[in-house]
Design a protein around this ligand. Structure first.
Ligand code: GAP
Length: 437
């Protein structure tokens, strides 16, 4: 059993050591709340995003993909209520100047860092402000989006006019969102630049509850598909007064992170708040005409919202395992093959035997047409296994002397058990395909 605090440290260290995630701008001392994904991190992230897009968009007839601009006309953020209401209560220390989120400190009088006196509580808008174009005046002000949702609402009419979908239907998009969080923390859990995978699902007003429950089920199926244990996911009904300004009902899906039970995803009933507000602000009619009932109305919206980075962290916490193998403690990522950055690694047993290297390369060239593969002849074979274990590669194929001399095929090592079995060359692809499926 790995101690909870310890587990997070081990994951952060593994992510750096193996090229999953690095601190943002590290050589300049970092930039708080930013993280850079390295080669294996990108591969893991892409696998998460591709699976989400398939499950939430491509596999459904009622969903359409979108990729809207990150910077939007600031009127969109006035309409959505983010300029007036997207803020956290903040408090400053009068002595050291440190800032704290009011809900994250116990004593509202005394600075948790230096003991100095805390000032008055005030609202702090979390949107990053910027200027579009060459002039830096009020008319050029814009914001980096704090959620991807807005880009979908402002395109509702474009989708109606170009694809003519019937209700219920939805838009899904994956993309970056930015929040000037007062207290970014817990690795990629709360950062200032992160990614979201969001659905805005448009329904007839009287059908909202049915759709809400349907999407709740899809979200739970998703958690299972990425390998999160059911017992680690908890639904929290968010109370009146604690929900976002646009929501009439919200369920948070919380996950048992090693630093506590915290929000992983959210599912919200946004009513007709957004379309109505954008309609009023833009002066354009964003209603829907129902040909069957001959009625015109503003659709209501159900929104499943999933953070990519919180998904990555939950998946890593679930996958990180230590065991005893060959008398040594080893760490490995028990990732589902769907998410593993590399599916199969191919090695020659010894790197200084050209005939082994040549055969291993030949096998690698064949396998890489079928699977995401990696060839490795660095260091000794034990080190290569350890490296692939930490990357979460489900299978390692090794070419040894019996492969060449006795034509007995190659060994295939299973990441989770460390056991090896010999598989004839002609069966290798079907063997791996079956195991990886
Ligand atoms: N459109 C709805 C919305 O943005 P939210 O609960 O503020 O709702 C949705 O955010 C999800 O985005 C969260 O459940 C979480 O997964 C992710 N998220 C929000 N803030 C984040 C942050 N600062 N860092 C990383 N992920 C974040």
């Amino acid at each position: 059993m790995i101690e909870k605090n310890n587990k997070m440290e081990k994951i952060v260290s593994l992510c750096k050591r193996r090229g999953f995630v690095f601190q943002g701008s590290e050589i300049y001392g970092g930039l708080a709340g930013t993280w850079d994904y390295g080669p294996y991190g990108v591969a893991l992230k892409n696998n998460v995003k591709n699976l989400w897009f398939k499950m939430f968009v491509e596999d459904r007839e009622d969903m359409y993909g979108m990729d809207a601009a990150i910077i939007m006309n600031s009127k969109a953020w006035e309409a959505s209520g983010h300029i007036s209401g997207f803020s956290d209560p903040l408090i400053d220390c009068k002595k050291c100047g440190h800032r704290f989120r009011v809900d994250q400190i116990e004593n509202k009088e005394k600075c948790p860092d230096c003991g100095g006196k805390l000032g008055e509580e005030r609202q702090f808008n979390m949107m990053f402000k910027t200027f579009v174009g060459a002039t830096e005046d009020e008319s050029a002000v814009s914001y980096l989006r704090p959620e991807t949702a807005g880009g979908m609402f402002v395109n509702f009419k474009n989708i109606l006019d170009s694809l003519h979908p019937k209700l219920p239907f939805g838009l899904g998009q994956i993309g970056k969102a930015f929040r000037n969080e007062i207290a970014p923390r817990d690795f990629v859990f709360r950062s200032r630049e992160f990614e979201q995978m969001e659905v805005e699902y448009f329904v007839k007003p009287e059908c909202w509850e049915e759709s809400f429950n349907e999407w709740k089920k899809v979200m739970l199926d998703w958690c299972e598909a990425i390998g999160l244990q059911k017992s680690h996911i908890h639904e929290l009904e968010v109370l009146d007064g604690e929900r976002a300004h646009y929501s009439k009902r919200t369920i948070d899906f919380e996950f048992d992170y090693s630093f506590g039970r915290k929000e992983l995803y959210g599912l919200a009933y946004r009513t007709d708040f957004d379309l109505k507000s954008h309609s009023a602000k833009s002066g354009l009619d964003l209603s829907y005409y129902d040909e069957e009932t001959k009625e015109r109305f503003i659709p209501h919206v159900i929104e499943p919202s999933l953070g990519v980075d919180r998904t990555i962290l939950a998946v890593l916490l679930e996958a990180y395992t230590e065991d005893d193998l060959g008398g040594e403690t080893r760490a490995y990522l028990k990732l589902s093959p769907k998410l593993a950055p590399v599916k199969v690694a191919v090695f020659p047993l010894l790197k200084n035997k050209p005939e082994l290297v040549e055969k291993a390369r030949e096998i690698y060239e064949i396998l890489k047409k079928e699977f995401k593969c990696e060839f490795d002849d660095n260091g000794n074979i034990g080190k290569r296994y350890r490296r692939q274990d930490e990357i979460g590669t489900p299978f390692c194929v090794t070419v040894d002397f019996d492969t060449l001399e006795k034509k007995e095929g190659m060994t295939v090592r299973d990441r989770d058990t460390g056991k090896q079995e010999r598989v004839p060359e002609e069966d290798l692809i079907s063997f791996l395909k079956e195991k990886l499926s």
